[in-house]
Ligand binder design. Structure first.
Ligand SMILES: [Cu+2]
Length: 526
C-alpha cells in the first residue's frame, strides 16, 4: 500500500565517549544515543532519514546507512551500501535516504561502512502492519548485541593479523544495557539492566533483534513460554518455544502470555552461544528484569532458568517448523542456478579472507556498482573485485551454497526476502522443505561444515527488483574478510532507472575527500 504519509528523521553520527555497561570507551553515537533512535512507521508510509556524517574526531571516516530487510523496490540507490549503491557520505556532509516501508514487522538499520556497526551505529525499525495473532501490549524493540570495549578498528587490526586473532567479547547487552564489573580509571557509574513491564493474564509482543556483530544469541524468559509469530519481516504460523535462537542480523517476534501473578518479577536472559563464537567472552549472558504490575521494582528478580538449549551446530530453528503465514510458492524451476562454495584461505599477502568460488569481495568506495552498471560496461576492470553475478534477463535465481569451512554464516540478502528451500549437512539431495510454502526471510543461518562433510543452504528469489543486491554473511568479521557477492539484477532495467542526482553528489564529494585524505580501507569496506 501507499499511505501518502512521510515520516521524517534526522540522524547525526559522531564519535563520543560512552559507558553503557560502566566501562568508558570511544563509540559512534546517533544523536548522542546508543543504540540509535527508533524509526516507526505504518506499512506503506514513506520513511525519510537525513544522515549527517560528523565522524570528525580522530580519524575522519565515510558513512552509509543500510535499512536491513527493506526491499527498496524501485529505489535500489537508497540501500546504503558504500561501493555498491553509493559513495560514502563524506565527513561534514549529509545524505537523505527516502524509501517506502514496504515490509512490516521488526527491522533495523545500521552503518554498512566497514565495521562501524560494532561501534554502535545501529537502531531499530518498527513498521506496523496487519496482525495475524492477537496481543494486548507491544513491548517494542529488544535489541541484543554482544559488546566490545575496544573500538571496531582495533578489532579489525587483530582480525587481519597473521594468523587472525578473534577479539574477546567483553559483555552482552539488551537495548544497550548491561553491567560490567569495572575497576580502575575507565569506569563510570550508572550502568544498569533493561526493564520491561508485564500485566498478569495479558499477552505481550516482544520484538527480539540480534543487532550484534558476530555472536549467536539464545534468548529465554524464566517461567514463560514464547510463541514465535514472525522471523525477520515474515509472519509465520505460530509455534511455541522455550528459547529463541538469533544469528547476527536476524529478528524473531514472539508473544508471551503473562502467566505469573501480579507481584511477580522474572529474568529475561540472552546468552552468547559460546560453541559458535570462535572466541572468548567475559560476560556471555545478559539479563533484563520483567516486572509484573504489582512487583517491587526496587529489587531484582530472583528467578532461575530451567531452559536447556542446544547449540545444534549454530543452526536456526528447523525449516519445517518455520512456515510463512501467507504462503508463496517458488517457481518450479528457477531460471538460473549458481552453486557456490564458501571457504577461508590466505591471499597473496598472507591475510586470511573468505572466498566464494575462489572470489572475495572488496568495495571500491569511489565506484559503486549500481552507478557503474548504468553505463552497461560490464567489462570494467573493477568487476574483478566486485564478486558480481550478472543475472541478465532471468526471472528467478537459485543459489546453492556449500560451506566447507568450520564456521557458520548468517547469510543476508538485500532487496528481497529469499525462500530457504533447504539447509543441513552433507550434499543437498534436491528435496525442498515444504515446497508449496517454504520458509522466507532475509537472513538465514548456514551451518558450519568441513571439506568431508559440507554444510549447505539453498536460497531462491524472484528477480523482480532491478538493482545491485549484496548477499553476504552478517557476521562483521566475515563480511570484513570478503564474504559477500553482488547480484546484478535486470541490468537492462538498471540502465532505465532515474537515479537522483544526490547519488552522483556522494561520488563527487568522495572523490575530493579521498584525494585529500588517505582512506585506509583495512577490510572489504562493508
Ligand atoms: Cu560468516
Amino acid at each position: 500500500p501507499d499511505t501518502g504519509v512521510t515520516r521524517h528523521y534526522n540522524f547525526t553520527v559522531m564519535r563520543d565517549i560512552t559507558a553503557p555497561d560502566g566501562y568508558r570507551k570511544s563509540a559512534m553515537l546517533i544523536n548522542g544515543q546508543f543504540p540509535g533512535p527508533t524509526i516507526e512507521a505504518n506499512w506503506g508510509d514513506t520513511i525519510s532519514v537525513t544522515v549527517n556524517n560528523m565522524i570528525t574526531a580522530g580519524t575522519e571516516e565515510g558513512l552509509a546507512m543500510h535499512w536491513h530487510g527493506i526491499t527498496q523496490k524501485g529505489t535500489p540507490w537508497e540501500d546504503g551500501v558504500p561501493g555498491v549503491t553509493q559513495c560514502p557520505i563524506v565527513p561534514r556532509s549529509s545524505f537523505t535516504y527516502t524509501f517506502q516501508a514496504d515490509q512490516y514487522g521488526t527491522g533495523w538499520y545500521h552503518s554498512h561502512y566497514s565495521a562501524q556497526l560494532t561501534d554502535g551505529v545501529f537502531g531499530p525499525v518498527i513498521v506496523h502492519g496487519p496482525n495475524h495473532a492477537n496481543y494486548d501490549y507491544d513491548l517494542g524493540p529488544i535489541m541484543i548485541s554482544e559488546y566490545h570495549h575496544h573500538d571496531y578498528w582495533s578489532n579489525l587490526v587483530e582480525i587481519f593479523s597473521r594468523p587472525p586473532v578473534i577479539p574477546n567479547v567483553n559483555n552482552n547487552l539488551i537495548n544497550g544495557r548491561g553491567i560490567y564489573n569495572c575497576s580502575g580509571t575507565d569506569c563510570s557509574p550508572g550502568a544498569s539492566l533493561s526493564r520491561f513491564s508485564f500485566r498478569s493474564g495479558k499477552v505481550h509482543r516482544l520484538r527480539l533483534l540480534n543487532t550484534g556483530s558476530n555472536a549467536n544469541q539464545k534468548i529465554s524468559i524464566d517461567g514463560h513460554t514464547m510463541t514465535v509469530i514472525a522471523n525477520d519481516f515474515i509472519p509465520v504460523k505460530p509455534y511455541n518455544t522455550d528459547v529463541v535462537t538469533l544469528g547476527a542480523g536476524q529478528r524473531t517476534d514472539v508473544l508471551v502470555k503473562a502467566t505469573g501473578s501480579p507481584r511477580d518479577a522474572y529474568w529475561m536472559r540472552s546468552s552468547i552461544d559460546m560453541d559458535c563464537l570462535n572466541s572468548t567472552a567475559t560476560y556471555p549472558t545478559v539479563t533484563a528484569a520483567i516486572y509484573y504490575e504489582d512487583a517491587d521494582p526496587s529489587t531484582w528478580p530472583n528467578t532461575t532458568s530451567t531452559v536447556v538449549w542446544q547449540s545444534n551446530n549454530c543452526a536456526s530453528d528447523p525449516l519445517n517448523q518455520t512456515v510463512p503465514y501467507y504462503p508463496l510458492t517458488p517457481p518450479g524451476t528457477p531460471s538460473t542456478t549458481e552453486t557456490i562454495e564458501i571457504n577461508l584461505a590466505q591471499n597473496a599477502t598472507g591475510h586470511y579472507l573468505f572466498y566464494m568460488n575462489n572470489a572475495t569481495f572488496r568495495a571500491n568506495y569511489n565506484a559503486p556498482l549500481l552507478l557503474l552498471d548504468r553505463t552497461g560496461n560490464f567489462s570494467d576492470p573493477y568487476y574483478a573485485n566486485a564478486n558480481a553475478y550478472n543475472s541478465g534477463a532471468n526471472s528467478s535465481v537459485r543459489l546453492v551454497f556449500n560451506n566447507i569451512y568450520p564456521m557458520h554464516h548468517p547469510l543476508h540478502v538485500h532487496g528481497h526476502n529469499f525462500w530457504v528451500l533447504a539447509e543441513g549437512r552433507g550434499t543437498w539431495d534436491g528435496v525442498v522443505v515444504n515446497p508449496a510454502n517454504p520458509q522466507r526471510r532475509d537472513t538465514q543461518m548456514m551451518q558450519a561444515g568441513t571439506p568431508e562433510n559440507p554444510a549447505y543452504v539453498v536460497l531462491e528469489w524472484e528477480l523482480d527488483n532491478p538493482g545491485v543486491w549484496p548477499l553476504h554473511c552478517h557476521m562483521s568479521y566475515h563480511v570484513s574478510m570478503g564474504l559477500s557477492l553482488n547480484i546484478i539484477e535486470q541490468p537492462e532495467k538498471i540502465q532505465q532507472l532515474k537515479i537522483p542526482a544526490s547519488l552522483a553528489k556522494t561520488c563527487h564529494e568522495w572523490a575530493v575527500f579521498s584525494g585529500q585524505e588517505f582512506v585506509n580501507e583495512i577490510d572489504s569496506g562493508v
